[in-house]
Structures are given as C-alpha cells and as structure tokens.
Design a protein around this ligand. Structure first.
Ligand code: COI
Length: 357
C-alpha cells in the first residue's frame, strides 16, 4: 500500500486490555491514535500515528470558543476465523466531508484518511474484541486549532482518529428501550446543522436528555423544530416504525442525520421484499396508529446503537407500549443480519465489509 507519507511512532509498552465481559461504551482507548494537521496555504499535512495521549492546545484555540468541529462513528469487528472487518467505511468518510463542508472546515482526502485508518487498525488490531455484541468503535474528529477569538473559520485544524473497544451503547444490550418524545427543546431545523455530525447537535440535547432520564427514559425522540409535530430522530439513532406490513422512517428533510445503518436497513429490507416508506410522520399519527393496535415494532438504527428496539414511547403524559416491551421479530432479524454481516458470520452479499488485512 502507498503509505501517503504516514509516519508511525509505536508505543514502547502496550497497555493492558480490558476483560470482554462487561465492556462499557467509549471509556477505554487503545495504544495508538492517528493525527494530521491542516494549515492554510499548506493544506493537510504530517499524517502520523503516535501513542494515544493528551493533546496540547492553545487556550485560545477556536474549538473551545465557537465549537467548529465535526466527527464520525464507525466500527471494526473480529470474525471467527481471525479476520478484521470494517462496515461501509467509505460512507463515513464521505459523510465526514459533508459535515466539514457544512461547518466550513477544509475537506479531507477520503481515500488517504481511510488508508491511514487501516494502518492504525493494523497496529491496534489486537484491541478488536471478540465477544458477541462487542466491537472496536472508531472515532475520527476534526477540531479547529487556530488561537483566535474573532468569530470566523479557523485557519488551522487537526484531524485525529481514536479507537475504543466497546460493548452495547444502551446498557443491557439488545433490550427494548423507553424513549421520551421531546416537546420543549429542539435538536435541529432545516438550514441548521442537523445533517452534520457536529458536537453542538449532541450537547444541545443534554438538558432534554437529563429530564427524560429523570423520568426513567433512556433517550429522547426529537420532533421537528418548527411545529413540534413531525418525528425526526432519537438522540443517538435514526428511527423506524413497522405498521402492519409497512415499514416507515422519517424522510431526510435537511435536519435529520443521514445514518449509514439507516441506509443499510432500507437496502436490506428492500432486498427482503419489504420496502421502506420514507415520509413525514406526525407523532399524533403514530399515537393514533398505536391506539388502533397497528404499531407492531419500533426500532432505532445507528453505528453505536446498531438496531435498538423501542419498548415504550412517552409523549405529553401518554404512554405507548410497543410489542409488550418485547423484541419484535423484524428488529431481531435485522439485528442478527446486520451484526452477522459486520462480524463475518453471514455472507456479505452486498459487498459492505472491508477487510483490514
Ligand atoms: C454513532 O452511532 O456512531 C454516533 O455517532 C452516535 C452517538 C454515539 C453520538
């Protein structure tokens, strides 16, 4: 492989790896990380893999003041025959650049960054856990680094990629979650940053998330920001509804995140003869359908969340219990198929996986 000028500085002593039994989400990190810098007039330069460790930044670095930053989430899996696989990584690279464009960050060379990521994964391959439901979560992110308090795009950036062995995003694994339908706070509006993976989309939801958690909910279902009428997405995943023989998901509308798992589920269901209707769906319509006994399953999709069945929705004091808090057949089949392809247990007839080698 062409090494793209990549410099590798290996850690002298490797860290101890966690036990695979109770793997948390996102608190353990591997031996190495990837970094590359951008300087105006010079472009992206100095790609390097270095021992994992703290970053040193000027307190005036623009990331701290105006939050000009983007990130991605992807996963690597270990197969039973010892291979390591990535799931549709080119889609994450493409989305990273779309997020960069929205946030006025200069684009990266997608192929080059992917090649460097593969090198990083080869070096830290032993960190990919093997237990069912575990994987190595990959977090690429770009921060603005110019020391400058003026409001405007930074003239320097750093792209980093860190790796974290993880278990399920929602504790308890494939277990239906209870979700609060948010009626007060707003995640995004058309023309805003909702389609970009940028930090503020997530942290601006913490207040709503905290209220929801206090009342026993695992996360928040966001409605459209103007009328608080149409369903958009959950804090950490896109959302699907099985109504009789139809599967519905909110259409991409300029404020919903274009999930890689969302797209994969639409393609997979299409191949099973169960096409997904992408349309506007009002929360009131969903509760009416539920009252009429027509909502068979609800599930979320995401890189971190994979397929997460929803067992209960709470909205304005009304409670909709879905499938008696059980895992629906379709959710289970989707979970088994997606994780089967990701971990090499099932044949990848779509050509979605990339071997790390
Ligand atoms: C992902 O699914 O990778 C996400 O980025 C969602 C969340 C953990 C922020």
């Amino acid at each position: 492989m062409e090494n793209h000028g990549l410099v590798i500085e290996e850690r002298k002593e490797r860290k101890a790896k966690p036990a695979e039994g109770e793997m948390p989400f996102g608190t353990i990190f591997t031996d190495h990380m990837f970094m590359m810098d951008y300087t105006e007039g010079k472009g992206w330069h100095d790609p390097r893999i270095v021992p994992y460790g703290p970053l040193e930044l000027d307190p005036a670095a623009m990331i701290f003041h105006y939050g000009q930053t983007v990130f991605e989430g992807m996963k690597a899996y270990r197969t039973q025959d010892g291979r390591s696989l990535l799931f549709r990584p080119e889609m994450n690279m493409k989305r990273l650049n779309k997020s960069c464009e929205r946030m006025s960050i200069p684009p990266i060379d997608e192929e080059k960054v992917l090649a460097c990521l593969l090198e990083l994964l080869r070096l830290d391959q032993e960190w990919i856990p093997e237990a069912p439901g575990t994987s190595l979560y990959i977090r690429p992110f770009v921060i603005s680094t110019e020391p400058n308090l003026a409001v405007g795009p930074s003239r320097s950036y750093r792209l980093s990629i860190i790796l974290s062995p993880v278990g399920p995003y929602f504790p308890g694994g494939l277990k239906p979650v209870t979700i609060h339908v948010e009626d007060t706070f707003t995640r995004a509006v058309k023309g805003g940053t909702g389609t970009a993976k940028t930090a503020g989309n997530y942290s601006s939801g913490y207040r709503a998330q905290a209220n929801a958690k206090q009342q026993g909910n695992a996360d928040v279902l966001w409605l459209d920001g103007i009328e608080k009428k149409y369903i958009e997405e959950v804090g950490s995943m896109n959302i699907f509804f099985k109504i009789g023989n139809e599967v519905i998901t909110p259409a991409l509308n300029g404020s919903i995140l274009e999930g890689v798992t969302r797209k994969s589920v639409i393609e997979l269901l299409g191949s099973w003869g169960l096409p997904v209707t992408e349309r506007k769906i009002a929360i009131e319509e969903l509760f009416d359908l539920h009252e009429a006994g027509k909502v068979e399953e609800i599930f979320g999709t995401g890189t971190a969340a994979v397929i997460s069945p929803v067992g209960e929705l709470n909205w304005r004091g009304k409670k909709a219990v879905i499938n008696q808090h059980g895992i629906g057949d379709l959710s289970q089949r989707l979970y088994d198929t997606i994780t089967g392809i990701q971990s090499g247990r099932l044949e990848d007839e779509f050509g979605w996986t990339v071997e790390i080698g």
